[in-house]
Ligand binder design. Structure first.
Ligand code: DOR
Ligand code: ZN
Length: 412
């Protein structure tokens, strides 16, 4: 049995000074003065449930030069993330039972909890019931992005929504229809309304990926009021950057959907703190430096993000921009609840021992040499953040994030 002592633990919506006992892969007790063979002193630290990132491109396979499961696992631990949902726009794509099963096996190299999306493609949409038992959720691309998996035919969309409903899985949609995905005139809200109507008509459990604008959030909230079964995520890059930053930084900030306005960015922070945003997911989409420096038009869309997820959000907690309770809701409780991870997302007796131990005062500037993701760079380089993970437990096993080595010193 391992006991974490003297920490402030996030339990039942607040921080409490309690010990946590871990037995094998579970939390087996919470209380004062717990006894056990191995004691880890967590004085001055905060313990949260491990973060759950429902939108990650782990790559691997023929794109292992961008990322593979091993490097993704390291980046996730650095960012306080213990569970990921991997997107299926890999090469080759995850659109058959064999590929999904093989990808799951490969995911063990990450040593984190890996859930796997199945792609809905022109090749498999008629037989979703075959692949359904093997996937944790389905992903549908309405338009082109990395991987060429788009399905644009409206008639097929209706069939797909209907069949996914029968599988009882969540359908996550990349809701950018047609045209240039980098078009910033933003028909995001219209495209999202289109899928909301389909989810309403076919009673599909819908999750909308990477929402970037106020109009789109408002459209989703309206649909929720009319009882559409929908959830959505936004991503750290939409909270930290705008289209103006993209003008100066070019391909480094090219992603689909593209960055929005300053008003949208401010709205997202406000909506986050008001509890109107269900989840923060990173859409961690690694592409190498060599791939990004070829000029804006040719560079692939996507930015890495998982590695700094917790620091990016904890810094906002330190700056009183976000409450700790909201952070836990959008990164732990809500993703666990929505995606059916009944043993995760909370610190409680009997739950999985997935934990992140944070030094709330550690301050550090992100540099390129900190990047553990195989892509080798981060859009957050140069940013100084306060509050870093110093210890992470995945299923009771301790993993050291890069900051662990520095636990008694301050680095700048
Ligand atoms: O920017 C993006 N990159 N958006 C996507 O939808 C796909 C992702 C990728 O896989 O690179
Ligand atoms: Zn994505």
């Amino acid at each position: 049995m391992t006991i974490l002592t003297n920490a402030e633990i996030f339990v039942d919506g607040e921080l409490k000074k309690l010990d946590i006992a871990l037995e094998e892969d579970k939390i087996c007790a919470l209380g004062r003065n717990l006894e056990g063979e191995q004691r880890i002193d967590c004085s001055g630290k905060i313990v949260l449930p491990g973060l759950i990132d429902v939108h990650v491109h782990a790559r691997d396979l023929k794109q292992s030069h961008k990322e593979d499961w091993e490097s993704l696992g390291r980046a996730a631990i650095a960012g306080g993330v213990t569970t990921v949902f991997a997107m299926p726009n890999t090469d080759p794509p995850l659109d058959t039972v064999e590929r999904v099963r093989d990808y799951r096996r490969r995911a063990q190299a990450s040593k984190i909890n890996a859930k796997v999306y199945g792609a809905i493609t022109l090749g498999n949409y008629k037989n979703l019931e075959q692949i359904a038992p093997h996937v944790d959720a389905f992903k549908l691309y309405l338009g082109e992005t990395t991987g060429h998996l788009s399905v644009s035919d409206k008639k097929l969309h209706r069939e797909i929504f209907k069949s996914v409903t029968q599988t009882e899985k969540i359908l996550t949609v990349h809701a950018q229809r047609g045209g240039d995905p980098q078009d910033v005139t933003r028909h995001e809200a219209d495209d999202i309304c289109y899928v909301l109507d389909l989810a309403a008509a076919y009673k599909t459990k819908l999750h909308i990926a990477h929402v970037t604008t106020q109009r789109a959030v408002e459209a989703i909230l309206e649909a929720k009021r009319s009882k559409v079964d929908v959830s959505f995520e936004t991503c750290p890059h939409y909270l930290y950057f705008t289209a103006k930053d993209r003008e100066s930084r070019g391909a480094w900030l090219k992603m689909n959907p593209p960055l929005a306005t300053e008003e949208d960015r401010e709205f997202l922070w406000w909506a986050l703190q008001e509890g109107l945003i269900d989840m923060i997911a990173t859409d961690h989409a690694p592409h190498t430096i060599e791939e990004k420096i070829v000029g804006y038009a040719k560079a692939p869309a996507g930015v890495p993000g998982i590695e700094f997820l917790l620091p990016l959000l904890f810094d906002a907690v330190n700056a009183s921009k976000l409450s700790l309770g909201r952070l836990v809701e959008v990164c732990c409780t809500n993703p666990a609840r929505r995606f059916g991870l009944t043993h995760k997302g909370e610190i409680a007796v009997g739950r999985d021992a997935d934990l992140v131990v944070i030094d709330p005062d550690r301050e550090k500037t992100i540099t390129r040499k900190d990047v553990g993701s195989r892509c080798g760079w981060s859009p957050y380089e140069g940013l100084t953040l306060r509050g870093w993970p110093v210890m992470v437990f995945v299923g009771g096993l301790k993993r050291n994030p890069p900051c662990a080595a520095l636990s008694n010193e301050r680095q700048n």
